[in-house]
Ligand binder design. Structure first.
Ligand code: ATP
Length: 357
């Protein structure tokens, strides 16, 4: 299991990894069932207390921490801004099933998820593009995939989704005739690409939002067919921003203006990740299929924990410590957007309840 304590070491403004928690309030029947908050926020500090243990983060949101409405501006807006300077970034939501990962990310397809981070990312991205359009040409692409049992599924390819029928109550492998499985590749300059994955070119906020909705719907459909797969897979919504910026005309020392405008090309991507439920990382189930699935999820989350710990440890990073990106598909896919010049924001979602009998 990814240890939140391990990621704590990342605090500090200059660090490439920021970690926060989002505490979900008691909802619906939980209060009626006598559930009580078991997490308390230490007043005036980004710290939570569970029993006698205290955990410190960069920020604590919700249930008497900072208001959740500030999360985007404080933690994600700088990453969106960085895209325009060519920096890749990753936002990850980590937590137990039902703790609010989808709500926090806004990966759902109905209105209650509108306040999530992804809709806010899309709004701010298009607002910024509007202010730059006169001097920069933009091309935007989105992809939406999920990783389940170390296999990549394309959520924007509806022909693949419709074929994910259950067989004997078990999820069968999704294959579309003539379509090879999606493969993670690395170019000679270290850029990670997904060969065979749908990349939708989008021009407007609506087109981008439609991709999010369509992919989320496809995920939900696949999930029903495959026995609630959503909490057992990692979903990754990726926005790629390509820009061709016209630089100012060059003025030589003798005052001559060189009219031929120079152009600068920049490309950066932002991965928005709704991780599989962290409790799945435990090897609980004893039947073969569940056990194997748990091992796969474990692999992804464990590898992610190791990568984030390695990146968050400034001293070890400077010593050139090995970062184990290749240990899972999840970390391999995020490799060029975790570490290096890229920025990472990890939000741990908590349910603050325990059942009192
Ligand atoms: N901060 C919050 N404030 C109010 N309601 C919330 C909050 N976070 C989550 N919820 C509600 O809690 C429920 C579970 O949240 P959500 O589906 O986001 O959990 P999840 O961690 O994504 O679960 P899963 O792993 O099954 O996908 C939903 O009804 C959601 O609307």
């Amino acid at each position: 299991m990814v240890s939140m304590e391990a990621t704590n070491a990342s605090t500090g403004e200059d660090c490439c990894v920021k970690v926060a928690v989002h505490i979900r309030p008691l909802i619906g029947d939980e209060k009626l069932q006598g559930c009580k908050d078991c997490v308390s926020v230490v007043s005036g500090k980004p710290q939570v207390q569970i029993g006698t243990h205290c955990f410190t983060f960069d920020h604590v949101y919700g249930s008497s921490g900072s208001p959740s409405s500030g999360m985007f501006e404080e933690c994600v807006a700088p990453l969106v801004e960085g895209l325009f300077q060519g920096y890749n970034a990753t936002v990850l939501a980590y937590g137990q099933t039902g703790s609010g990962k989808t709500y926090t990310m806004g990966t759902g397809f109905h209105d209650s998820y509108q306040s999530g981070l992804i809709p806010q990312v899309m709004n701010s991205l298009f607002r910024k593009i509007e202010t730059l359009e006169h001097q920069t040409e933009f091309q935007l692409h989105v992809s939406f995939i999920e990783i389940h049992k170390e296999e990549v599924r394309d959520l924007l390819d509806s022909s693949a989704i419709n074929r994910s029928e259950p067989m004997n109550g078990q999820a069968n492998k999704v294959t579309v005739p003539g379509k090879p499985p999606i493969q993670i590749r690395e170019t000679s300059n270290g850029v990670i690409t997904l060969a065979g994955c749908t990349e939708c070119s989008v021009k407007t906020l609506k087109e981008m939002a439609d991709c999010l909705v369509q992919g989320s719907l496809n995920r939900a459909t696949g999930s029903t067919n495959m026995n609630n797969q959503s909490s057992r897979s990692h979903a990754i919504f990726t926005i790629t921003v390509e820009q061709m910026r016209k630089l100012n005309p060059l003025v030589s020392t003798d005052g001559d203006v060189n009219d031929s405008m120079k152009e600068e090309y920049l490309c950066a991507k932002l991965h928005l990740v709704d991780l599989a439920g962290s409790e799945r990382a435990k090897r609980t189930g004893s039947d073969g299929l569940r056990f194997k699935e748990g091992v796969h999820i474990n692999k992804g989350l464990l590898a992610l924990g190791n990568v984030i710990s390695a990146l968050g440890d400034e001293k070890k990073r400077k010593e050139g410590l090995h970062v184990p990106y290749r240990d899972s598909k999840l970390t391999r896919l995020l490799q060029d957007s975790l570490g290096g010049n890229s920025r990472t924001f990890m939000i741990g979602t908590f349910t603050s309840l325990h059942i009192s009998l």
